[in-house]
Design a protein around this ligand. Structure first.
Ligand code: SF4
Length: 191
């Protein structure tokens, strides 16, 4: 699929991307940073509009070419974040096993919400006078954690825990060239 044309000799315009995280460990964002010095070249061609690691946290209302989501959908706030990213992104990328399959986050589906919350915030060995936190910012746990595509449509899947930096670089480079990234071979990792 061709995203945009870049006639020969014409400078490529910057594409806008935004990233956000749901229920994850931030390891996928660390892998994004592991692109290392190639990140500097990419940033000459890509405008990072918002991410958890920049001042702006939410994608601009006018939208971006590519929205990147890390993590499984685990809370009511994650649902809002995923829907907002979907609405504002031409193409949505699920980054990492948690976003693609649900990953390690879905291990919690074997337990009730009460069991989970009490184990984490009340019964954990390191907790003294624990209490289950309540906050609008945290939202509420949803009944079952799930991959992003159970909430919104996803265009590109980048599996791996985390996905290799080379795979992320490949996906962004393909978008820059105006192509829908085809993830094959070494770019697909399931560990
Ligand atoms: S896929 Fe792995 S690295 Fe990425 S958020 Fe999930 S646990 Fe962390």
């Amino acid at each position: 699929m061709i995203l945009a044309s870049h006639p020969e000799g014409e400078a490529m315009s910057k594409i806008k991307i935004a990233t956000d995280w749901l229920g994850g460990c931030s390891g996928c964002h660390m892998s994004l940073l592991d692109i290392d010095e190639r990140l500097l070249n990419l940033l000459e061609l890509v405008e990072l509009t918002s991410s958890p690691i920049t001042d702006l946290k939410q994608p601009p209302e006018e939208g971006v070419t590519a929205g990147i989501l890390e993590g499984a959908v685990n809370t009511t706030v994650n649902i809002e974040t995923a829907k907002r990213m979907r609405e504002r992104s031409q193409y949505l990328i699920a980054l990492g096993d948690c976003a693609v399959f649900g990953g390690i986050v879905t291990m919690r589906n074997a337990f009730s919400l009460t069991e989970l919350l009490e184990r984490a915030y009340v019964d954990a060995e390191s907790v003294v006078e624990g209490k289950v936190p309540e906050s609008k910012e945290l939202g509420k746990l949803i009944h079952r954690a799930c991959p992003v595509n159970q909430i919104v449509d996803v265009d590109v899947y980048l599996p791996g825990c985390p996905p290799p930096a080379d795979a992320i670089h490949h996906a962004l480079s393909e978008l820059l060239e105006g192509r829908m990234p085809a993830m094959t071979g070494d770019h697909l990792r399931y560990d």
